[in-house]
Design a protein around this ligand. Structure first.
Ligand SMILES: [Zn+2]
Length: 446
């Protein structure tokens, strides 16, 4: 029997506000432990939260960029649970009334463009962080109260690749609008996946399993891939799939059971009497709408229509805000869009990939890449030499003209000069000339 997978993702994103959700403590990453805290984010008795308007602004921005409806009247709720990293013993979040609903992201599915629906986006606050050592457990509350949005997709993805693409698009869009830096390694983007399987053609959903602890997009893809295989194997062996939470074990490359449904929390949600209602009017929404920058899809269309790039180039170059900015800076410096694109999609991205670096790590300026292309077009250097110059540019950040000059890489295209060089070489190697004339063609090798 053939099975299909049903995948939904829950993504937590830390908002890039300067201060926390309900107090004026800094949201800066790192710092000495328990240094970015105050009575409010530590949940001390008598402290009262004050909602950070900028965080709501960012959440609306994210919602609009992800094609959501913004709900004008919502309220904040308490999610009650007891865990040492949650200082108030409840988290202020949104339950029945999320700020944003019914959005979508388009991904390139197997049968062409596909819409992955976004069920809801709600605002909430982050928790503290626990460290477990042999001598005891320690808690750092610097992160407690940092504004978050949780973006919940509908179960619309069918393959691990689609899930990865959804995440990549989501990250690009959130970075474009500037609501988060989306750094998975610093925890400002975290993803949990819900995975189930069903016989192909069936309309019913299977029992879903939640996967946590995936620390990169690649890990998300791998974990989902593993989980689908695990579930199919279990069903084929006549076993039941248990509704549970599983943890991705990166070193063993498998998912491991964490807790079953019997141990699921009952959060006893109720409205938070200290904040309760949040009203967003049309004027506010419109103001945010007008402030939105050009989004990846719009940029892609413009690159194709106005700059004449092929669809594929436009898609790759708009995948990240920084990549698109580098490309546009090259074009602004007078670079031919297709030539710039060829170099960026070829040498540049390949080198970045090989060295596991990001476009922001590139030392040379966009103008230098344009200069390099100019040197080829003018015939000063050949395409092969250009690749060597590029390598040097990448490593040193030096400009191409300087490299070409210093390393004597200039391509000689003056015929007289070339003949002169040939004669000189032949004069200096009389034996090789004789050998060659006697049929030893190997003497001609460089
Ligand atoms: Zn605080």
């Amino acid at each position: 029997m053939k099975y299909e997978a049903i995948i939904g993702l829950e993504v937590h994103v830390e908002l890039a506000t300067k201060t926390k959700m309900y107090c004026s403590c800094t949201t800066e990453f790192g710092g000495d432990t328990n240094n970015h805290c105050c009575p409010v984010c530590l949940g001390l008795p008598g402290s009262l939260p004050v909602l950070n308007k900028e965080a709501v602004n960012y959440a609306i921005k994210a919602g609009l960029a992800l094609n959501c409806t913004i709900n004008k009247e919502t309220y904040m709720a308490r999610k009650n649970y007891f865990y040492p990293d949650c200082p108030k013993n409840y988290q202020i979040t949104q339950d029945e009334t999320p700020l944003c609903t019914d959005g979508y992201i388009e991904v390139a599915g197997e049968d062409g463009e596909k819409k992955i629906r976004i069920h809801r986006i709600h605002i909430e606050e982050d928790t503290g962080k626990g460290f477990h050592r042999v001598d005891g457990s320690y808690y750092d509350f610097n992160r407690a109260g940092v504004p978050l949005i949780e973006i919940v997709s509908s179960p619309d993805m069918r393959t691990p690749q689609e899930a990865k693409e959804y995440l990549e698009k989501l990250k690009a869009i959130l970075q474009y609008v500037g609501v988060s830096d989306c750094k998975m390694e610093e925890g400002s983007l975290r993803c949990d996946a819900n995975v189930s399987i069903r016989p192909e053609g069936s309309e019913e959903f299977g029992v879903k399993v939640e996967i946590k602890n995936m620390n990169s997009f690649r890990a998300v893809e791998k974990a989902i891939e593993y989980e689908i295989k695990r579930q199919i194997k279990a069903v084929e062996n006549g076993e039941d799939i248990v509704q549970e939470t599983r943890r991705w074990d990166e070193s063993r490359l498998e998912t491991v059971s964490m807790r079953s449904k019997e141990h699921a929390h009952d959060y006893r949600y109720f409205p938070d009497a200290d904040i309760i209602s949040l009203s967003v009017d049309d004027e506010w929404i419109n103001r945010v709408k007008e402030s939105l920058p050009e989004l990846p899809e719009q940029k892609k269309t413009r690159y194709v229509k106005e700059l004449g790039l092929p669809e594929y180039d436009a898609m790759i170059l708009t995948m990240s805000k920084s990549l698109a900015a580098f490309f546009e800076a090259c074009v602004a410096e007078g670079g031919n869009p297709k030539e710039v694109s060829n170099w960026m999609m070829g040498e540049l991205l390949r080198t970045l990939n090989d060295k596991m670096l990001e476009i922001d790590d590139v030392k040379f300026r966009p103008a230098d890449l344009v200069k390099l292309i100019e040197l080829i077009n003018k015939g000063t250097i050949s395409g092969t030499i250009a690749k060597k110059v590029f390598k040097e540019m990448f490593e040193t950040g030096n400009n191409p003209e300087k490299i070409v000059e210093e390393k004597g890489m200039v391509q000689v295209s003056d015929e007289g000069a070339i003949i002169e060089i040939i004669n000189k070489v032949l004069d200096e190697n009389p034996q090789s000339v004789i050998d060659f004339k006697n049929g030893k063609t190997k003497a001609m090798a460089l």
